[in-house]
Design a protein around this ligand. Structure first.
Ligand SMILES: NC(=O)c1ccc[n+]([C@@H]2O[C@H](COP(=O)([O-])OP(=O)(O)OC[C@H]3O[C@@H](n4cnc5c(N)ncnc54)[C@H](O)[C@@H]3O)[C@@H](O)[C@H]2O)c1
Length: 248
């Protein structure tokens, strides 16, 4: 068990990727706190080393309390995995309300600022830590009609690299994963309204992956394990494409 004794917070823990990430972290021996708006979505993750926190990642005080509680319980925070996110249904820019742009930027980018700030507080004291953020290969290879989502993911990558150089002197590593189209509840939500989500998954998304299939949540979880483990002690500011070649 590679992560025995490590204490790790995961946002978006109730999501398709979040659940797979939590399960693999638990299987490697870590103590995990999952944060998600939906407590019900985390119900299946029940484990003696798992704590579910039902909260909004944009609620600054609730996040401060969640991190403080984890630190109090274990005396350390080793890693933060930012897997929270929301999708945008593809639409021409003229049809996208400003409120939707703002919501996407808030949850997909501003939330990273809020949770990373809390994580760094505790990691600096121990002079070690690993933060992993799930962004998206669309930041590198855009699809039409996803301008707000893709801008938020570009911000996620830039923020992670900026934080990596800032906190490197404290032994804290910050890395990004860019998933390709991944088989979770979110994927169908990228289809334009009026399009059949299951058909879009097959005909638009799976067919766009050079390796010939959708990414599985476990593919992403395996890379998360890699980046929070001691095997990647000299990796920071890196951007890992786990996309079946979609970004090529
Ligand atoms: N599925 C894909 O094809 C794909 C591809 C590239 C990147 N991503 C990114 O991967 C990450 C995980 O996506 P997923 O496919 O597992 O999506 P998902 O919709 O299955 O999970 C997202 C989770 O985030 C939670 N959430 C949303 N807003 C929240 C908030 N304000 N506070 C707390 N929790 C909140 C939801 O309740 C949900 O459980 C996201 O950042 C997403 O943008 C997904």
């Amino acid at each position: 068990m590679e992560l025995e004794g490590k204490v790790i917070l995961v946002t978006g823990a109730g999501g398709g990727m979040g659940q797979a990430i939590v399960r693999k972290l638990l299987a490697e021996g870590a103590h995990v706190a999952g944060i998600d708006l939906s407590e019900a979505a985390m119900a299946g993750l029940d484990h003696e080393r798992f704590t579910a926190v039902g909260a909004d990642v944009l609620a600054e005080e609730a996040m401060a309390e969640a991190f403080a509680a984890v630190h109090e319980a274990h005396g350390r925070i080793d890693s933060l995995v930012n897997a929270v996110g929301i999708a945008q249904a593809a639409a021409p820019i003229e049809d996208v309300p400003l409120s939707q742009w703002r919501k996407l930027l808030e949850i997909n980018a501003t939330a990273l600022f809020i949770t990373s700030k809390e994580a760094v507080r505790y990691m600096k004291a121990r002079r070690e830590g690993a933060i992993v953020t799930i962004a998206s290969i669309s930041a590198v290879r855009p699809r039409p009609g996803l301008q707000a989502y893709i801008a938020s993911k570009g911000a996620a990558e830039s923020f992670s690299r900026a934080l990596a150089i800032e906190v490197a002197p404290y032994g804290i590593r910050v890395n990004t994963i860019h998933p390709g189209p991944t088989d979770t509840g979110m994927l169908g939500q990228f289809a334009a309204s009026g399009t059949d989500a299951e058909q879009a998954k097959k005909e638009i998304f799976a067919d766009s992956v050079p390796l010939g299939r959708l990414v599985k949540p476990d593919d992403i979880a395996d890379s998360v394990i890699h980046l929070v483990s001691d095997r990647t002690k000299m990796m920071t500011g890196a951007v890992l494409h786990v996309d079946g070649g979609r970004g090529l």
